[in-house]
Design a protein around this ligand. Sequence first.
Ligand code: SMG
Ligand code: MG
Length: 393
Amino acid sequence: MNNSTTSLPPVRVSRVELRRIAMPLVTPFRTSFGVEADRDILIVHIEAELDGEVVHGWGECVALGEPTYSAEYVDGSQHVMVQHLLPRLAARALAGIDAADVSDVLAPVHGHPMAKGAIEAAVLDAQLRAAGMSFADLLGTATDSDGRPRRIPSGVSVGIHDSVEDLLKTVQGYVDDGYVRIKLKIEPDSDIEHVAAVRDLIGPDVPLQVDANTAYRRTDGRHLARLDDYDLLLIEQPLPEEDIIGHARLADEVDTPICLDESLVSAAGTADAIELGACEIANIKPGRVGGYLEAIRIHDLCLTLDVPVWCGGMVETGIGRAANAALGALPGFTLPGDISASARFYAQDIVTDPITIVDGHVTVPTAPGMGFDIDSDVLESVTTSTLVVELDR
Ligand code: SMG
Ligand code: MG
């Protein structure tokens, strides 16, 4: 796939349905910025047409309920879609649009990558469904070199726990489930002791990493260097997202590789962060960077520069999770991603074939489109509101 086209036939889009769903988590998920117990998720559903056939396309907006991970939040994403993004897209969408056009058309609106990415994903899903092709086929990740269904190693992200004892119980449960890599959420006061206890529990061979979600400051270098004793794969986003130079300095102070998440919102910015020495490993999240196509560009860039990447997660439903699994099988994704089983977060998913893990691996989904089919009954039962935007009005 090149930058300017997906090579798929464009689809005409006339109707966009913005659906909000309420998804309770199986257990609350605590990070340094807050606790998620229920996800309020915006799903973009488009009705499109190609050669007289109606096709549907679905995209998941990964914005959280509050602007605490990044500036985006779900009410804001819906507002910007209705007031600013969909009006700009309308003429092009009605005439016929390729997913690769979406970011250019929406470029006059600054920011809002999660909102833009959800629209782009819905268009790409519709184009792929119209072509009877899966995202994995488009990326070339459906099968391995022997022609067998492709499987990718699955990592799990573990929230902050008040007590080390509870944390160890949780981690042991995930190890028993087969996860091949553990990521611990950390913050000052829930870091060294927690990491030491988990390393002791899982032994030296299970890959372990930590994610601070911007909870530290430039002056914490010596403290964070204590994590070097626990053979971590990486420290994810220790400092505030705009502090690229701070991350570069930290990378000199700490032996464990520094990985950026929140800081990386485009391929251009990722190139700069790498050049400055701030990004030794990259977490690629399609929603954070404006969509799957920019995510692929970041992957390609990092592959060229020999920077390892892995696929992050935003507690997605089966819509985003399936697409992430196809993306996460590209060759530069050399570290296990946060692509866990749907059941790690949700008792019931809104897709018919939720992601599961077998022997610590996820099979890359190959259903036409982004790799999932909607379970309409479940979707209906979790829907809290629906707003229809007709693009021809
Ligand atoms: O989807 O497995 C998942 C969640 C992975 O830890 C995860 N995501 O900063 O990487 C991150 C967080 C952001 C979301 S926290 C609600
Ligand atoms: Mg992170």
